[in-house]
Design a protein around this ligand. Structure first.
Ligand code: IVH
Length: 678
């Protein structure tokens, strides 16, 4: 018979193998359903036998409890940055400088790697196990973001094969794919949150979330390219072999790397690589050129603690095109923000035809002195969102304006004509009218879109038609459309079959859980994640509606801005009325109970303090166990402590617990409690 330990090890191996195939090699080996089955079996096994839950278990990738702050992490070897070379001449000068120190570099060969544009991290492995992960910080000291890096699904938790140094720091770049970035910003726009400027900022932000579950939901990935193992020997002698070795150990390695015999060949390869970079699904801001033999790295050394001599980043100027600004238009967002955008003579940038681009806000338009008719420089920020950089310089400098005029914000909303408002300290101007048709259109489209109530067949055009025909005025009216089928059929673009499908989709959307409904309602700052936390905590709309901002702000992961926005939303009688109507129309106002591994758990709501030496568990393992079962671990004993877990040589905490009447339990009792079914 298989023992639980043997089965756990087997599951563990199958899951990590599947992770590696999927995330590192991009070659899935098993179906999603099969993966889920293995994962759940391992979770169940670990819940029943907590001693099997090791820190490197793949179930740890779900994300542990939020941290209060990050600990500092001192890198074994400083994390360096790279010097830049913007053309072949500068690359040549770099080789010249190196050859003066180490003449062999000219014939030693260069490894070329794509320079990933994300956030630099250092992963520490001890005996092949991932133990600590840190941000770059100031290069010498970063922040310990181990819990977050565990949720990056292609970070190997246990290495494959062998021959690794006993302790090593693997350096890599955590990034957000462009496609994931686009989706994330769509979600943020729906939630009324400001979009991330580019995938790099989004990745760096996700890495520094105090709640690992949020990090996980952002979908970060990593590429690795460097190892530091002071005092230990690496089993390879060149950078090119190191990349191969990293891949064999299970690290994801960007696959466009090349070995070239000399700088002339390197330049030819770089010219081939450059046009590919913008088509990758991850930000790539150049090519890193590295001297291939590792012993020459040691000889060349570093310039201070700043940059190595043996590597340099070959950068390319971002693609900027000049075109004519035909017109400045203003779009009214769901929150009422007036967003100016440029209508351009179509121009191709990075293989995409661009005919509109953001102008950000009216302050920038004035500061950059941009007017319709100007020639402007346009680029794609983060290679995704087109934006106007400013007026294009002309051969004779900028021609003076004949008239001193600027393009300012409209005095009235371009859709409803209300006088616009400009909150103090904000650069945005707003239409204050909550019934502004522009805002209503956006908010209904948001309500019906894929990430929210997912009412298929209800996009911009149809929502606009329904509003114009006065068949709807708000989202609740959607659920009344089934009584207006004849009027619907009379509208252009609403044929019998598609109307039936639409009505069925509207009906079906009533079942969505409270979390989805909350997100769909478009409360300012409430995105998918915030809505989920709120729904999990309160369970029912009614309870959330009654909560004060202070109570809402108590929830882990919910900041004061969200708390204020939620309380403010429900304080508004029109909003309360809307929710009442939705309930009367039969919408689900509850959140189903979460799986025990995600919320609740046998120790949910309980707080433990650990002291002394426990017979089998380390402090860290015991804490993990408590947290995995939904409990909290704190340092000090207080009246609120559920129990003190005491081992050998317990000191003052034991006395304090006794004095306060806090129960004292041993390891066996803790294990029993943590396994109990809720
Ligand atoms: S080598 C001593 N290789 O770029 C090792 N860096 O601007 C120096 N980066 O901090 C780094 N892709 O985070 C190297 N293939 C690559 C890279 C890469 C991205 C980042 C890295 C570094 C930054 C320097």
């Amino acid at each position: 018979m298989t023992t639980p330990a043997a089965r756990a090890a087997e599951l563990w191996r199958l899951i990590e193998r599947a992770n590696h195939a999927y995330y590192a090699l991009d070659r899935p080996e098993i179906s999603d359903a099969e993966y889920d089955r293995l994962f759940r079996e391992l979770q169940a096994l670990e819940a029943a036998h907590p001693e099997l839950r090791t820190p490197d278990s793949p179930t740890g990738r779900i994300g542990t409890e939020p941290a209060a702050a990050f600990r500092k992490h001192r890198h074994l070897v400083p994390m360096l940055s790279l010097a830049n070379a913007f053309n072949e001449a500068e690359l040549g000068e770099w080789e010249e400088r190196n050859a003066r120190l180490v003449p062999e570099v000219r014939q030693a060969g260069y490894t070329l790697e794509v320079k990933i544009d994300g956030a630099a991290v250092s992963l520490t492995y001890a005996d092949g196990l991932f133990v600590t992960g840190a941000t770059r910080g100031n290069g010498v000291e970063g922040e310990d973001v181990t819990a977050n890096l565990r949720t990056v699904l292609n970070v190997p938790l246990r290495l494959q094969g062998g021959g690794w140094p006993k302790r090593m720091e693997v350096r890599g770049e955590v990034y957000l794919s462009k496609s994931r970035f686009g989706k994330l910003n769509e979600e943020r726009a729906h939630a009324g949150d400001p979009p991330f400027a580019n995938p790099r900022n989004a990745a760096a932000g996700a890495l520094r979330q105090l709640d690992p579950k949020i990090t996980r939901s952002r979908g970060l990935r990593i590429f690795c390219f460097h190892v530091e193992a002071p005092g230990h020997k690496l089993p390879v002698a060149t950078q090119h072999d190191l990349l191969q070795q990293l891949a064999t150990w299970g690290f994801p390695v960007e696959h466009h790397h090349k070995l070239t015999p000399d700088l002339a060949a390197a330049n030819r390869e770089i010219a081939n690589l450059e046009p590919l970079l913008e088509h990758l699904d991850y930000g790539a801001d150049g090519v890193v050129v590295k001297v291939n033999p590792l012993d020459l790295h040691a000889e060349l050394g570093t310039i201070g603690d700043r940059e190595p001599r043996w590597a340099i980043a070959r950068k390319f100027a971002p693609e900027v095109r000049i075109t004519r600004l035909k017109e400045i238009r203003v779009n009214v967002g769901r929150t009422g923000a007036l967003n100016p955008y440029a209508v351009l003579e179509p121009v191709e940038i990075g293989g995409v035809t661009v005919s509109t681009a953001t102008l950000h806000n009216f302050e920038l338009i004035a500061a950059k002195d941009i007017l319709p008719g100007d020639l402007v420089e346009v680029t794609r920020a983060g290679e995704v969102i087109p934006q106007v950089l400013g007026r294009a310089p002309t051969a004779h400098g900028r021609p003076p304006r004949k008239h001193k005029k600027t393009f300012g914000p409209p005095k009235t909303c371009p859709v409803c004509g209300s006088r616009v408002e400009r909150p103090k300290d904000e650069v945005m101007v707003y239409c204050p009218n909550v019934s502004c048709p522009g805002r209503i259109l956006e908010s209904i489209v948001h309500f019906a879109s894929r990430g929210t109530m997912d009412i298929r067949g209800l996009g911009y055009e149809r929502v606009r038609s329904l509003l114009e025909a006065k068949l709807i005025a708000d989202v609740a009216d959607l659920y009344d459309l089934k009584n207006k089928k004849l009027q619907l059929l009379a509208l252009e673009g609403f044929a019998e079959k598609s109307v039936d499908q639409l009505l069925a989709a509207i009906e079906e959307s009533k079942q969505r859980p409270l979390s989805t409904l909350l997100f769909a309602l478009g409360i300012r700052h409430v995105g998918a994640e915030g809505a989920r936390l709120l729904a999990r905590h309160f369970g029912r709309m009614e309870r959330l509606q009654k909560a004060t901002a202070a109570e809402i702000g108590q929830i882990r992961g919910i900041g004061p801005a969200i708390a204020e926005a939620v309380a403010g939303f429900f304080a508004e009688p029109r909003n309360r009325k809307l929710v009442e109507r939705l309930e009367a129309l039969g919408l689900n106002m509850r959140e189903p109970k979460a799986a025990p591994d995600e919320a609740g758990g046998p120790l949910a709501g309980q707080t433990y303090v650990i002291t002394g030496t426990l017979p089998t568990l380390s402090r860290a393992r015991a804490s993990e166990l408590i947290e995995a079962a939904g409990g909290h671990v704190t340092d000090g004993v207080s009246k609120k402590t559920t129990a003190l877990v005491a081992g050998a040589d317990a000191g003052s905490k034991l006395e304090k617990a006794k004095a306060l009447g806090v129960p004292v339990i041993d390891e066996a009792e803790l294990l029993r409690r943590a396994q109990a079914q809720p």
